[in-house]
Design a protein around this ligand. Structure first.
Ligand SMILES: CSC[C@@H](O)[C@@H](O)C(=O)COP(=O)(O)O
Length: 311
């Protein structure tokens, strides 16, 4: 949890490897490859639900295997790894800006009316969770830049409070009109505050559109359906995992019970109570109206073909 947010996990993980390699580069290519392999296994296992680190690790391994064939000395390989990690950072910002603009256009088209829109979002998906700009929060930023954002409701996002600590911070910093609500206020907010769309991020979107994201996302999707509100997932293609057919096989990270029972190190829950603390849940594709990627906006059933085009 020192690093959080699916794209940031992959980018910081890769850059941390680059830092390690810079400070003490293995002298032999075989040692370098072994070190990278072990480090990547550790990084992938640290936060298993988000697919981004796994995809980055697979790409880096393939890239390194090719690079290692070329020079006899490992130092140029180290330089290549650093450049590769830096390119992830640049691509993520570019992708997020595209997601922001495509998502904003999609929501305005769906809303139809000429005025401003009201967005509800969950967890933190902004600059603090990505290389910059953000995914779902990137859509919010683009709407604001277009002058078409009326208001944002951000959920507290219990138990780790990414919403109240991070998203609220980003919204205040950007001077975006916003209100913080507890997770349990989502239904009444949808009914009484004219929410135009719910926009969330993703840790893993699989081939049929089922989406793992911060726990509590699923209940927002159920509520959105009940209230007839579009439910959009905003995620780069690096968060999509077409190798899994459905969300049933996504590994869900379970976190320590203390995150629920304690606040700022002080126990507030009754001693002896059992705790279940899954960090993510899976929203079934039937509840998702749009998946906004840098390559286009898709209905869940269009995702696989949409992303495969132009690969
Ligand atoms: C662009 S970030 C998308 C997701 O990673 C985000 O919504 C989320 O669930 C973050 O969870 P976290 O446990 O804080 O890493």
């Amino acid at each position: 949890m020192q690093v959080r947010g699916a794209p940031a996990i992959a980018i910081v993980g890769s850059l941390s490897l680059a830092v390690e390699l810079t400070s003490s580069p293995p002298q032999q290519t075989a040692d370098l490859l072994a070190f990278v392999r072990e480090s990547l296994a550790l990084l992938v296992g640290a936060r298993p639900t988000a697919v981004n680190m796994k995809k980055a690790a697979d790409e880096l391994s393939a890239f390194l295997a090719e690079e290692a064939e070329k020079p006899p000395c490992p130092s140029p390989v180290v330089v290549s790894v650093i450049r590769w990690a830096e390119s992830l950072l640049e691509k993520d910002v570019k992708d997020n800006r595209m997601i922001g603009d495509l998502g904003a256009q999609h929501i305005l088209q769906t809303a139809g009316a000429p005025g401003g829109v009201v967005i509800m979002t969950h967890c933190n998906t902004g600059s603090l969770a990505t290389a910059g700009y953000g995914t779902a929060l990137g859509v919010v930023r683009s709407l604001q830049a277009m002058g078409r954002l009326s208001h944002v409701f951000c959920t507290e996002t219990r138990p780790y409070n990414q919403g109240s600590r991070l998203t609220a911070y980003e919204l205040v910093y950007e001077k975006i009109p916003a209100t913080l609500i507890t997770d349990s206020m989502a239904a009444v907010t949808m009914r009484e505050r004219q929410v135009t769309a719910v926009v969330v991020g993703a840790d893993r979107v699989v081939a049929n559109g089922d989406t793992a994201n911060k726990v509590g996302t699923y209940q927002l999707a159920v509520l959105a359906k009940h209230h007839g509100i579009p439910f959009c997932v905003a995620a780069p293609s690096t968060s999509c995992d077409l190798s899994l057919p459905t969300g049933g096989s996504i590994v869900i990270e379970e976190r320590p019970g203390q995150e629920l029972t304690d606040i700022n190190g002080v126990r507030v829950a009754a001693p002896g109570i059992g705790v279940w603390n899954p960090a993510f849940d899976v929203t079934p594709h039937e509840l998702i109206t749009a998946i906004i990627t840098e390559r286009g906006v898709f209905r869940p059933e269009e995702l696989k073909d949409g992303l495969s085009r132009g690969l």
